[in-house]
Design a protein around this ligand. Structure first.
Ligand SMILES: C[S@@+](CC[C@H](N)C(=O)[O-])C[C@H]1O[C@@H](n2cnc3c(N)ncnc32)[C@H](O)[C@@H]1O
Length: 361
């Protein structure tokens, strides 16, 4: 049963709404701080004026000053104004979550999704009225931001943390096996695996020509000869999958927004060799909204789902599962695809996803 969490007085709710407005605005400014390099610059400077910060960043001072205003009253940047021009600085413990040096902890990367989603708001409103969906190609900068996001959430821990959760896998990759990444996007995970395990062979499928082109450029720039990327629509993958061809198949955040996740999962089952393993990284959450109250990213993930994951699937005439399809639905669909041995792990570095280790037999 779905019940509201707490009966809060009217004033408390009004305050919550005001906080929400301020935080929404800060999220947009955080994205700009990341894209312009302002957080990186601030983290290297002592307390400085807006002119000094703008000069160090190579940016227009008037815009930098206004951005500093939002960041200061929003509690991100600190400011001293002892009679002279205000001086701004970013404390190290905050820079640890906002700069490129922060690596996987840099939430500035994630903040970019708000403007990516905002770029299609008009179209989403139309869909609320008329149904249908917004296609991948209508989003500005989606693949760029997604590649940067997976650079953090996947790449930073892929070799040392993620792959070792599959028993015996790293040894097999060192010896030489066949690996497929479905919905590989810009191919960063696959390229990293191909560099790390030169005896294995790697194939990536995605229907985005732009993303596959980026993936191929990275592969050829690093001189890899054990990797292949194909532009491929996976909607009928249960029919098209090459039977019994891969020892290990991965999907990183790439099942729930497919047109037909059911057919993709059935295709993965078919494409695996008899002793093959499938590793599915997908959104952590329950299929039931009332189980998601305490989800640390719940509202964010339902929003990303509504304005991206669900709508891109519906735009393909698909099922529109959405990012919050949840563990219950995921396990039911995996079983319907033929998989019976399913283990779910949560990894400390990644509160957004869970990791399904799935054996064909
Ligand atoms: C959320 S992104 C994840 C990309 C990548 N795995 C990563 O972690 O960066 C999902 C990917 O699925 C791809 N995709 C969606 N529908 C598809 C379809 N019908 N056929 C092939 N690829 C599809 C998209 O182009 C996108 O690159």
């Amino acid at each position: 049963m779905c019940t509201t969490q707490i009966e809060a007085p009217k004033e408390v709710f009004a305050e919550k709404l005001l906080t929400m407005m301020n935080h929404g605005a800060l999220a947009l400014m955080t994205s700009i701080g990341h894209r312009t390099g302002l957080f990186d610059v601030l983290s290297r400077l002592e307390a400085s004026t807006s002119h000094q910060i703008a000069e160090a960043a190579g940016l227009n001072e008037r815009y930098v000053r206004e951005w500093l205003g939002a960041m200061t009253v929003g509690g991100v940047v600190e400011c001293h104004a002892n009679g002279g021009a205000p001086q701004f600085y970013l404390p190290a413990e905050r820079a640890a979550f906002l700069t490129r040096a922060a690596g996987a902890d840099n939430l500035g990367v994630f903040a970019q999704y708000f403007s990516v989603l905002g770029s299609v708001e008009d179209r989403i409103v139309e869909c609320f009225k008329n149904g249908g969906g917004v296609s991948y190609s209508e989003f500005k900068r989606f693949h760029e931001v997604m590649a940067e996001d997976s650079g953090q959430s996947v790449l930073s821990s892929l070799i040392d943390v993620i792959l070792p959760i599959v028993p015996g896998l790293v040894a097999k990759l060192n010896t030489g096996i066949d690996v497929l990444d479905i919905g590989c996007g810009s191919g960063r995970a696959l390229n990293l695996m191909a560099r790390t395990f030169p005896n294995s062979r790697f194939v990536g499928y995605d229907f985005s020509e732009q993303a596959i082109q980026t993936a191929r450029v990275e592969a050829s720039a690093t001189g890899l000869d054990n990797i292949w990327f194909d532009v491929r629509d996976l909607t009928t993958f249960d029919d098209d999958a090459p039977e019994g061809s891969f020892d290990f198949i991965t999907t990183f955040d790439a099942i729930h927004d497919q047109a037909r996740p059911d057919r993709v999962l059935a295709g993965i089952y078919k494409a695996l060799k008899a002793d093959g393993t499938y590793l599915m990284q997908d959104i952590a959450g329950s299929s039931h909204v009332h189980n998601n109250y305490d989800h640390p990213l719940g509202a964010l993930l339902y929003t990303v789902s509504c304005m991206h994951c669900m709508t891109v699937s519906l735009a393909q005439g698909g099922m529109g599962l959405g990012a919050m399809w949840g563990k219950e639905t995921a396990q039911t669909m995996l079983k319907q695809a033929g998989f019976n041995r399913i283990e779910i792990k949560h990894l400390d570095h990644d509160i957004q996803n869970c990791y399904y280790i799935i054996h064909k037999n």
